[in-house]
Design a protein around this ligand. Structure first.
Ligand SMILES: [Zn+2]
Length: 381
């Protein structure tokens, strides 16, 4: 399973002057398309091949790219990549080789650059919340973890339920009912305790609750405030024999609308801040300047947007154009996607990024950001 540390290591990777090879490839679920995958990845690597053979280029750089290509071909031949997509980051001269499985397809792409090309990977990963799904009834509970494409059982509780009494006379019946209520409460408290432990020891973001429509609200009443605030939604399912596919489909639908709502809220927050003169900027140029001086807290970028630009390798200045960095006077290097460079910079400085899929308010500015301090005037270019 993909760990946050792996992503972090790739994003912060410093190649100290050597080129980094980044490859993205879609992996189809149909094994009959294996040959097609082979052809696609081989043709991506063929695009890079001239760089490995270019006698005019730096010797170490050539050797490193050559070794990257060999290593990726070797891995391709082993045919062990899972359906979805694979992202590969290699810089053999600096001992970097990471394969990151992605849960959904991305565009096939290859890049050889001074830094890893991480944005497609981040775009996919930031859509996934680590979620706990609990299917609960009066006497039992099953808990699963959902992260990316995996559904894994993480807990089970079986409470004591009273068997249906076969006697029924006034006060006895009432006593039996009270006893049943008592057992249900005790069971709910056990489930809550288990959830509480899980959320403390593992890094869950969200909680989804399934069960009988008439029982779920009562269970939610038992959740402490901090857990209740993480409930992304509830769904109705027969809790005695929950069908996994049904659990998954319900949870996915809840997560999807949660994600859209969250994106829209982020956009709203930043535009509200901007309107009231707070710490926010909108538009690519302003965001690039904010990124150049490590001022970005949260960057919102329109999913799929790519704009060419320049980066100063010395000071980290980012802009759409300019041969010379106005901050330090060094020559800049061109990049096919300055938003990608900005995203890397933001992550490296401890900020966060959110790729926004469907919000028209970002169509024109492409990016917007909350910032940590008011921006100083931009240097004259
Ligand atoms: Zn500079």
């Amino acid at each position: 399973m993909l760990r946050a540390e792996t992503v972090d290591r790739i994003v912060r990777f410093d190649s100290r002057g050597l080129p980094v090879s980044s490859v993205y490839a879609r992996i189809d679920a149909d094994p009959g398309l294996r040959e097609d995958l082979h052809a696609r990845v081989t043709s991506l690597l063929d695009e890079v091949n001239p760089l490995a053979k270019n006698e005019a280029a730096d010797h170490d750089a050539r050797l490193s790219i050559r070794a990257d290509i060999d290593r990726i071909k070797e891995s391709l031949a082993q045919e062990r990549w899972q359906p979805g997509a694979i992202a590969i980051f290699a810089c053999s001269g600096r001992n970097l080789y990471e394969e990151v499985p992605l849960p959904r397809g991305v565009r096939d792409e290859v890049a050889v650059d001074a830094t890893p090309h991480v944005r497609p990977m981040l775009t996919v990963l930031d859509e996934f919340h680590r979620t706990c799904v609990a299917v609960v009834d009066k006497a039992s509970a099953r808990l699963w973890e959902i992260y990316q494409d995996e559904l894994r059982e993480v807990g089970k509780v079986r409470g004591q339920a009273l068997r249906k009494p076969n006697y029924s006379a006034g006060r006895v019946e009432e006593r039996v009912r009270n006893k049943a209520d008592e057992l249900t409460k005790r069971h709910y408290r056990n489930v809550v305790q288990l959830l509480d432990e899980l959320f403390r020891s593992e890094d869950f973001d969200l909680l989804i609750i399934g069960g009988h429509e008439f029982e779920v609200p009562a269970f939610i009443d038992f959740l402490p405030k901090d857990l209740r605030s993480l409930v992304a939604g509830t769904f109705s399912i027969d809790p005695t024999e929950p069908v996994l596919a049904e659990v998954r489909a319900n949870a996915d639908a809840i997560l999807q609308s949660y994600e859209r709502a969250e994106e829209q809220q982020l956009v709203t927050d930043i535009f509200d801040k901007l309107a009231s003169g707070g710490l926010a900027v909108a538009g690519l140029d302003r965001c690039l300047w904010a990124g150049s001086i490590a001022a970005v807290d949260t960057l919102l970028a329109l999913d799929g947007a790519a704009v060419p630009g320049v980066v100063c390798p010395k000071s980290g200045w980012l802009a759409r154009s300019g041969d010379t960095c106005p901050l330090c006077g060094n020559p800049t290097r061109p990049t096919p996607d300055i938003i990608d460079e900005l995203a890397q910079e933001v992550i490296a400085e401890g900020g966060s990024i959110k790729h926004i899929t469907g919000d028209d308010r970002l169509a024109e500015p492409l990016t917007a950001a909350s910032i940590r301090f008011p921006l100083p005037p931009e240097p004259a270019g």
